[in-house]
Design a protein around this ligand. Structure first.
Ligand code: PHE
Length: 447
């Protein structure tokens, strides 16, 4: 058997798990959803769901993974003691794997746009106007090229393994992204119009509250914390037995949520600054004209206000975004690759190219049928599949995993856990409240 990789330190794990969590979901998904769903109203519901639903499920996923020390399908099987539950566990693990592959197929397209938008200012610096234009205009050729580039990078890092690949990249780049975000927000707030954006972001308009909004906020919270697909389970499996898991999970949640809130602080005011500078963002009814590429409209408009320094700011920003997307996409591809490599005893690299190639083929399908497929794939995978599979993880932790074995797993790192608040609340919570809440949100949106 091949030796399994492991994170070399606690900080390595936090940065890698936060690297998985922080990505396009924070800086593209969250601000776009906030802008189209009532600003502060969406923000508040999202924050509530992160702490009420996503954090407990994150603990469950990490714990199942660390217990199993294997790919999600095998880890899920390991907490079952009956044949029938083991079968169901296999199905849930496989569903997660299919979902994460679907997510990667659209994620790579959006990440490709980030790379293209990084190329644009570079091209402009050397006076290549036409290629610059091509890179920022929507088109099949551009989408194909940059999606493929991004997928190749993803496969390449995943093949390098845990310590050399995943951990090293996350460790270097996460802090840089944070600093740049803060600098940009600082600049932005000096611009005319920014105050209106801040107001829309921070003062709730509850007229937007609807079953649909709840579903979207829940999907966004699961998407942002990389839940319900086995990613966190796999990262848990690379975690050593003596780490305090509830605390690590809390740290990852805080970092991820912090970056999303900051990104909103950048994008929402940037929208209104762009509006102030004559960019059309809302239609006559006050709805967003194009939500999917909102970020790609308002940020370049912001960089334009900076003169030639804007070219550099744009390059660095989109570079960091591409990298943030990469530390997430590698955590997606890791799930099916670990499974295929361990299940069929294939070398990692082979599994990487095989699975990566298949997902790229699906991306090509989405690119050629963009109007029809893109939004649907996002909605099915993130709004329905992720929370529902997360629900199953909670059900398995609460109902199938024997309570004393669960306690033993937690005790390994926290010998006193039994006396603490976490053990008093969490097991009952994932058993009853999480499944009920997730089920209720999905149901009310279908009615
Ligand atoms: N959390 C990532 C982001 O916010 C996306 C992701 C989803 C990563 C599922 C892994 C698994 O961009």
């Amino acid at each position: 058997m091949q030796q399994r990789g492991q994170f070399s330190s606690r900080l390595g794990f936090i940065l890698a798990a936060a690297g998985s969590a922080v990505g396009l979901g924070n800086i593209w998904g969250f601000p776009t959803q906030t802008a189209s769903n009532g600003g502060a109203a969406f923000l508040l519901i999202y924050l509530a769901l992160i702490f009420v639903l996503a954090y407990p499920v994150l603990c469950a996923e990490l714990l199942i993974g660390r217990h199993g020390q294997s790919n999600p399908v095998a880890s899920m099987q390991l907490i079952c003691s009956h044949r029938s539950t083991r079968k169901a566990a296999t199905l849930v693990g496989l569903a997660g794997m299919i979902t994460v592959s679907g997510i990667l197929s659209f994620y790579a397209i959006v990440a490709g746009w980030m790379i293209a938008f990084m190329g644009e200012p570079l091209a402009l610096m050397v006076g290549a106007e036409q290629p610059a234009n091509w890179m920022t205009s929507f088109g099949v050729g551009r989408n194909l090229l940059f999606t493929a580039i991004f997928m190749l990078f993803t496969i390449w890092v995943v093949n390098a393994g845990v310590k050399e690949g995943i951990e090293k990249w996350s460790r270097r780049l996460m802090p840089a992204l944070l600093v740049l975000l803060l600098l940009l927000i600082g600049y932005l707030l000096t611009q005319e119009g920014a105050a209106d954006g801040l107001k829309a972001y921070l003062v709730p308009d509850w007229s937007h509250l609807s079953p649909e909004l709840l579903l979207k906020a829940m999907g966004q919270s699961f998407f942002s914390l990389s839940l319900g697909v086995g990613t966190m389970m796999i990262y848990g499996s690379y975690l050593s037995r003596d780490e305090n898991l509830p605390k690590l999970a809390a740290q990852v949640t805080l970092v991820d949520t912090g970056v999303a809130v900051l990104a909103g602080m950048l994008i929402m005011p940037a929208m209104y600054v762009a509006l102030h500078n004559g960019v059309e963002i809302f239609d006559a009814n006050g709805a967003l004209i194009s939500s999917g590429d909102l970020v790609f409209q308002v940020l370049p408009a912001l960089f334009d206000t900076m003169g030639s320094a804007g070219l550099i700011a744009a390059t660095v920003f989109f570079l960091l975004m591409s990298i943030a997307a990469l530390t997430s996409s590698i955590s997606m591809l890791e799930v099916p690759v670990a499974y295929v490599a361990e299940r069929f005893a294939l070398p990692r690299a082979k599994a990487g190219y095989l699975v990566g190639g298949a997902i790229m083929a699906f991306s090509v399908l989405v690119i050629f049928n963009f109007g029809f497929l893109f939004g649907k794939v996002i909605s099915i995978t993130t709004e329905y599949a992720q929370p529902l599979i997360g629900l199953m993880f909670a059900v398995f932790t609460g109902w199938v995993w024997k309570r004393n074995r669960l306690l033993n797993e937690l005790r390994q790192s926290n010998p006193e856990i039994e006396q603490g608040l976490f053990w008093k609340i969490w097991p009952t919570y994932v058993k009853f409240i999480c499944p009920l809440l997730i089920g209720a949100v999905v149901l009310q949106s279908l009615m």
